[in-house]
Design a protein around this ligand. Structure first.
Ligand code: FAD
Length: 493
């Protein structure tokens, strides 16, 4: 078996990052991807003159992308360019309130003080708390394995352990936000951050209040050629480093054997052919790695049966006209947020007055829509797929969404849609191999969630690693990239 050979299963963002990191270490790396294209959830679709980023639309922590180019001794700008946004999001409420969340925290706080019952002090106090949670959790929960003793021997880990009480893990995010803000609408605005990892703010720990720190401290960004250029530029870097990609290549088995009493990875099987490697990194949803690829191997049921994160229903709409009241990221809030989450999480169905997210990249990237049109990515949160009657739910949701847009924005888009495609939990599952179509692996709906994600390595099969949104440290592009970094540390130490 080649000593310096690594195989990555899946060309999701963490799989590509892992491939780059192993190539930089001098490994001969091959990536096997089931689809005809790279990126997994971070893909794009083009139809009738419109381009849409298929999945992720919010780009934070670009330094984790840049560091891959720097690691390879390249200038990131030669491959990938992005710009910082002045606005994180525009918020629209049923009572007519409209707020612009500026990335400049002072400006944002002033906007809130001018338009709501909350004041600037509340915002600053909250953002200070958010920063503290980040400082305590970053090294322990995000940058290192939670599953290795040596992680706990670092001085900064120990310091964080002593400050554990500050991460607000013992009350829900909604409870905490209620105590931070006088105005219910601002509570709602900050509760929304639980959805950034597919969770429910009325159950998830207030530790998730770390997320606003990413936006209001590090900033929100837009890649100049769209989110998909994160994928394409990293694939280009990987290829420049000699990584070989095999598309339309679904892996059917991870092969392992027993050597001197220890299980050791041997390679993979794809199209009935074995490829040998010393290291195999699975970028699949960990649920499918165990259920489909590891034959005759006991699955860690306790981890696999955790509640999944929510999924999404997306309408990619080519819309005639231009809408200056909307920016890149826009939210039309549900009137009753608690009822929306109860419907998703308890009833496992779609709420009749859903919070609507509208992302319009053609505001910044003119070529994403034909002249006189905009590309509206219209998304609502929905439960993971457990066999609901999606056809019926989607038809009702479409009506409710167009009604709400008409009510709040005074735009009857029904008449203005010139192109349309839909992505739902079933197609998210089939296109990206995500169990139940959940967007972020397991939910973070309890304070132990961080400890109930699968480790980035197998404790039983030597040479087998796991990266991506379904394993530690969790879902979303920044964390998926960190999963690759944690594997890299394992190789380095
Ligand atoms: P995945 O994207 O899950 O890719 C896994 C890959 O493995 C796929 O390409 C799949 O085809 C391949 N594969 C599966 N089985 C096999 C097999 N047997 N053999 C070979 N290949 C296989 N994150 C953000 O940061 N910001 C956002 O705004 C955001 N919004 C989102 C909106 C939507 C609609 C979705 C779907 C996700 C969103 N996310 C967002 C989450 C983010 O996209 C994911 O966390 C991240 O892209 C996951 O990357 P991954 O490395 O886990 O790989």
């Amino acid at each position: 078996m080649p000593e310096q050979k690594a195989i990555v299963i899946g060309a999701g963002i963490a799989g590509i990052a892992s491939a780059i990191r192993y190539a930089v270490k001098g490994f001969d790396v091959e990536v096997f991807e089931a689809n005809a294209y790279a990126g997994g959830k971070l893909a794009e679709i083009n139809f009738q003159g419109f381009r849409f980023d298929a999945g992720p639309s919010l780009f934070t922590m670009p330094q984790y992308v840049d560091e891959l180019f720097q690691l390879a001794g390249k200038n990131p700008k030669d491959y990938f360019e992005y710009e910082r946004l002045d606005e994180v999001c525009r918020y629209f409420y049923e009572d007519g309130l409209r707020l612009t969340a500026h990335t400049d925290a002072n400006k944002f706080a002033a906007e809130i003080e001018a338009k709501t019952k909350s004041d600037a002090k509340e915002i600053h106090q909250f953002l200070r708390k958010s920063k503290t949670i980040y400082e305590v959790t970053n090294k322990v929960f995000l940058q290192r394995s939670l599953h290795k003793i040596k992680s706990y021997l670092h001085w900064d880990t120990l310091k964080s352990v002593f400050r554990f009480g500050q991460i607000d893990a013992f009350r829900t995010q909604a409870k905490a936000n209620q105590s931070f803000f006088k105005d219910e609408r601002i509570v709602q605005l900050f509760n929304r951050y639980a959805t950034y990892n597919g969770s429910n703010p009325y159950r998830a720990p207030a530790t998730l209040n770390v997320i606003p720190h990413f936006e209001y401290h590090f900033g929100a960004f837009i890649p100049k050629k769209g989110m998909y250029s994160i994928t394409t530029s990293l694939v280009k870097l990987a290829e420049d480093l000699g990584v070989k990609f095999h598309f339309n290549s679904k892996v059917s088995e991870v092969v392992y054997t027993k050597k001197n009493g220890t299980l050791v990875v041997e390679g993979i099987i794809c199209n009935e052919q074995k490829s040998a490697a010393r290291v195999v990194i699975s970028n699949l949803d960990v649920w499918f790695t165990y259920r489909n690829l590891l034959k005759n191997f006991p699955a860690p049921e306790k981890l696999l049966i955790q509640e999944r994160s929510s999924s999404a229903l997306i309408f990619y709409l080519g819309v005639k006209g231009s809408y200056p009241e909307l920016d890149l990221h826009n939210i039309l809030f549900a009137g009753d947020y608690k009822a929306e989450f109860d419907t998703i999480w308890k009833d496992k169905t779609i709420y009749a007055d859903p919070t609507i997210y509208i992302n319009i990249t053609s505001k910044y990237i003119k070529t994403d829509a034909p002249d006189g049109c905009e590309n509206w990515f219209v998304m609502i949160n929905v439960p993971a797929n457990v066999g609901q009657n999606w056809e019926e739910l989607i038809a009702t949701a479409r009506r409710n969404i167009t009604d709400k847009i008409k009510r709040i924005l005074k735009v009857d888009i029904g008449e203005l849609i010139v192109a349309e495609q839909i992505l739902d939990p079933r197609s998210i599952e089939s296109k990206t191999g995500s169990y139940q179509g959940s967007l972020y692996g397991n939910s973070s709906n309890n304070q132990f969630a961080a400890f109930l994600r699968h480790a980035n390595f197998s404790s039983t099969i030597k040479g087998l690693y796991f990266c991506g949104g379904s394993v530690h440290p969790g879902g979303g592009i920044p964390l998926a990239l960190l999963s690759a970094k944690i594997i890299d540390q394992d190789l380095t130490n």
